[in-house]
Design a protein around this ligand. Sequence first.
Ligand code: BES
Ligand code: MN
Ligand code: ZN
Length: 506
Amino acid sequence: MEFSIKSGKPEKQRNDCVIVGVYESGKLSHAAQSIDAVSDGLINAVLKRGDMDGKLGSTLLLQSVGGIHAERVLLAGLGKHDELSEKGFRQALIASVKALAKTGANDVASFLVEADVLNADDKKQDATWKISQTVEAVNDALYRFDVMKGKKEKADKGITKGITRLEVHVAEADDNQAAKTALKDGLAVSSGVSFAKDLGNLPPNICTPTYLAEQALAMVKTHGLTVQILEREELKKLGMGSFLGVAQGSVQPPKLIVLQHLRGKKDQKPVVLVGKGITFDTGGISLKPGADMDEMKYDMCGAASVLGTFKTISEMDLPLNVIGVIPACENMPDADAIRPGDVLTSMSGQTIEVLNTDAEGRLILCDALTYVEKFDPSAVIDIATLTGACVIALGHHASAVFSNQDRLAKEILSAGETALDRAWHMPMWEEYQSQLDSNFADIANIGGRAGGSITAACFLSRFAKKYHWAHLDIAGTAWKSGKEKGSTGRPVPLLTQFLKHRAEKA
Ligand code: BES
Ligand code: MN
Ligand code: ZN
């Protein structure tokens, strides 16, 4: 897929298709007006006939429109005039991609950036946001995971279907350099999202801890990152008894992956991202039920989002110091596996009574959270498919944010709003902590059914006392189930926006 920035009149474009917006009221966008003017009022006539109502997400493809150079015109419904939201803008783009998916229109020009888009504060979004979002939305809609299919789909009668080139049209008056940077940023986010999706979608017999480590190492050459892989022996020396406890039930060796993107000032404290990398979660001896267990291959999506974000920020050449730490292992039942009742000693020295081996995410993250103290971080964010309870609380639309600093939580929420990758702030009050009391160790690894995602965050907070820390529970947002089963690549857009904002402030 190729993107470019262009300016010019819609009727003069020699593309396979031009996309122009129309509104519910029958009002035409500027580009639609221009085409209407040279085509004897065709668009107004079509709207009058009732074939297109301009509703958000609706589309109508017109062929051989008179007076223009392009082969087709796609009318994209933008809903009520003056009310197009950020989500709505994205929806209109996705609908356009879908409408063209089964056509022979490959080389397409979109004029949707000219539409006014209102953000949550009812302020007009600037062109750069709309350009980046166009790239991200289109790439998101075009994503396919077919590397594991034996038979590849072939082009029918040699005709390629759907968009392969998109010219994003901007007003001549717009700052072209800013537009190009916005395009480049959009591409970088897409590339990270797509990488995260691929890692999530790969089967667990291929995407093992070793495979994740290899992917990180490959980025040394392609993306100029510094990468270090810590093996079991080194983890033992560090005293990571909790992480190693989870790993001991699997024949797959655990890996602690450390990535460094140090492109900020030398003395700038780094932001540290920690990603849960359980490449398959059976539950261990506290075995999960069989239904939908395949989806536990997605239990490494936190790790995938860290790797994806590193890909993005290095492609953007973001001037910031960022470190990524990924504890990666498998959670399997085995003669050697940890049992309910076992007590593990974490790197922090705190002992943990394992009351349920299926609460393994926190057991690997806690040691990673202790490990990152050595970087003297300005902030630490961990990302994890941590609890089913989070899905019950927030469903599939928002990731949960927990933090020991409200300011950091707000910064994350705001990044999520801008990136259309939303999160919601959850409480983590002191009152919840006693649910983790253990009769036999310093802390238990589960806190009962009530507030399950909160007590999981409380568990982590015991290991994150030395720095500003936030925890993102992405159990409901990292992948989709059912017919559309597949990884979403979230929260790469949120994390990237957060880091971009930090780089601007620095
Ligand atoms: N990876 C799961 C969380 C999960 C489950 C995410 C289903 C998305 C969908 C995690 O390791 C887990 O099993 N958590 C347990 C914790 C419980 C034992 C306290 C859960 O949520 O049931
Ligand atoms: Mn589990
Ligand atoms: Zn898990």
